[in-house]
Design a protein around this ligand. Sequence first.
Ligand code: SF4
Length: 379
Amino acid sequence: MPPIQRNSTRAVYAGDLQIGSDAAISVQSMCATSTTDVEATSAQANQLNDQGAGLVRIAVDSAKDADALAEIRKRTKARLVVDLQEHYRLAARVAPHVDKLRYNPGHLHHHERSRPMRDKVRELTEIAGQNDCAIRIGVNCGSVAPEYDERYPNDSIGAMVACAIDHCGYMDEIGFENFVVSLKDSDPAKVVEANRCFAAERPDVPLHLGVTEAGLLPFGEIKTRVAFEQLISQGIGDTVRVSLTLPNDRKHEEVLVGKSIVADIEAGRFRSVPDLSGLNIISCPSCSRVENERFVDLAENVRDLTRYAEAHDVTIAVMGCRVNGPGETDDADLGLWCGPRTVNVKRAGEKLGSYGYDEVLQVLKKELDQLIAVRETTL
Ligand code: SF4
């Protein structure tokens, strides 16, 4: 198998890790432990690092998380990425302890609403520059900025790509080059199209690939392979993350699966012509923001409960919190997203209610049976 002709992206540095240009495709992962639990998060960061994660991401949503991150830094050799979502005002506090900052353009409008977006981006680049950090512009299907949804109604890929291109434009204006981009969706086909479209416009910018909320094994791996095989085999993709819903003691399997997918593609071993019709369970990989520790069990119970419906083209989304929960469950036939004490349930985007963790599965079963019955009568 001749070597893959990779896009000639620029070299970006997160600590001593090169991403892009002639660097090998690196594999990343993210801690699912509570960031304020310094012991558990340091242990998970080391677990992921020991298995070969080039970068380990940690969520920071508060000053308490930021202080904990400073402690975690002292207890791990892993290269760290901080996931800021909308909390860009914590960047200066965490940048000295990490190698990369990830922000989600779809959440930057939540704070300082009258302040221009490019100002907020400029602030992030200044802080990154002062602390020798790389930046990831992390666009996610479940949280695209409202202005792009308005500009691209019913065209989520157009909205994601336009958002990423605009933010690259801000970086160019500022003259900041140490950044990568990601465009993630829970649908592998949309991941392929969005990254192809972006790479066609900005072949110079390194790409972080991932199928968001790919879910439980084995389907989480299969969905990810579908996208990665089609992109990496065409030279698109410089670093990857496999988002799997796993118990904390098995989180390192994300790295192992990621490494095996990249190795297979580079060796020309392609597997992904799977039949993805039938029941599709989308679930997030969990992180420090998870609203209730029972999330992974809930996702696994949903899988086990719904096996009888595998032949039906139904999408069920199970999300850990309000960050991507509401958005991601909008596109599913049935959606669950976790709250601290209850689980919110949606049917085709319409909220049905909030239910206790011990009763939500019965609610889901009733809704699923009704959905299947309605579809069978309209066949
Ligand atoms: S949906 Fe929430 S809990 Fe799940 S990975 Fe995203 S931010 Fe974390």
